[in-house]
Design a protein around this ligand. Structure first.
Ligand code: HPA
Length: 275
């Protein structure tokens, strides 16, 4: 007997399966303001989320809401231009459904990107951070509920979520692009509010280097399915209390726009270098 979540997942999958002509090698989730990378895909075609039965559709500006399928060199890539967030009112299971679909379409490698607030004192506005680990303790696990045995085990190991070999390839790609890629731990909050300075001090004490409202739940669900995962945060602002300025979404988008070229060069080089 399939659970309601499983039925919704396979229904959405069936409604797009026929439209994807070949199996993707690599999946890419493009965060706030970073969606323009999808324009680099060659021979590209799109599937708007609104055309997929039962698919969660984003309500946030800066998130276009479609799969873009195409190629970077010889790599077949499925990119998500826009994602949904828990704070939009979707359940965690719905939030991660697009990642499950990507895996069921055949992609085994997942690159997650996001806009994030910088907690580490080493970071500035515009820093790119490779995610080496994450903290999801402040959001519900997307794996709560009946386990989808066909996808993965009930109690998945999370001791190495972000693949070490991909981390090395990403670091090497950054060197070739002349980018000073930092690294660190990403902490996911529910949002939609930004944090208070006291919360940021707490998160720093807990070992977080960057904070955002997405990504870690997607990494967790991808790890459950045995995918190889890499993550990059674009530090769009210093976290709450670390600068004089109040935080706002416009600033997040403006910084993401400003470093889009650097980000795109890194992701392109990375994809071309993955074996
Ligand atoms: N906090 C949470 N999410 C974010 C931030 C932040 O400072 N910047 C971009 N996304």
């Amino acid at each position: 007997m399939k659970t309601a979540g499983e039925q919704a997942l396979f229904c959405a999958l069936n409604s797009i399966k026929d439209r994807i002509t070949d199996t993707p090698d690599i999946a890419l989730v493009l965060g706030s303001g970073l969606g323009a990378f999808a324009n680099q895909l060659e021979d590209a075609y799109e599937i708007p989320y609104s055309q997929i039965e039962g698919f969660p559709v984003s309500t946030v500006t800066g998130h276009a809401g479609k799969y873009v399928i195409g190629k970077i060199g010889s790599k077949r890539v499925i990119a998500m231009q826009g994602r949904v967030h828990y704070y939009e009112g979707y359940s965690m299971e719905q939030v991660v459904m697009p990642i499950r679909i990507i895996k069921l379409l055949g992609a085994d490698t997942l690159i997650l990107t996001n806009a994030a607030g910088g907690i580490s004192y080493e970071f500035k506005q515009g820093t790119l951070m490779m995610i080496t680990d994450h903290i999801t303790s402040f959001v519900p696990s997307p794996l709560i509920g009946a386990n989808m045995e066909s996808l993965g085990t009930r109690f998945p190991d999370m001791s190495q979520v972000y693949d070490l070999k991909l981390q090395q390839i990403l670091k090497d790609s950054a060197v070739r692009c002349g980018i000073d890629l930092k690294q660190g731990t990403y902490l996911q909050t529910t949002g939609p509010n930004y944090e208070t300075p006291a919360e940021i001090r707490m998160y720093r004490t807990l070992g977080a280097d960057a904070v955002g409202m997405s990504t870690a739940c997607e990494a967790m669900i991808a790890k459950h399915m045995g995918m190889r995962i890499a993550g990059v945060s674009c530090i769009t602002n210093l976290a709450s209390g670390m600068s004089e300025e109040p935080l706002n979404h416009e600033e997040v988008k403006a910084t993401a726009d400003r470093i889009a070229k650097e980000f795109e060069a890194l992701i392109r080089e990375f994809i071309l270098s993955i074996d």
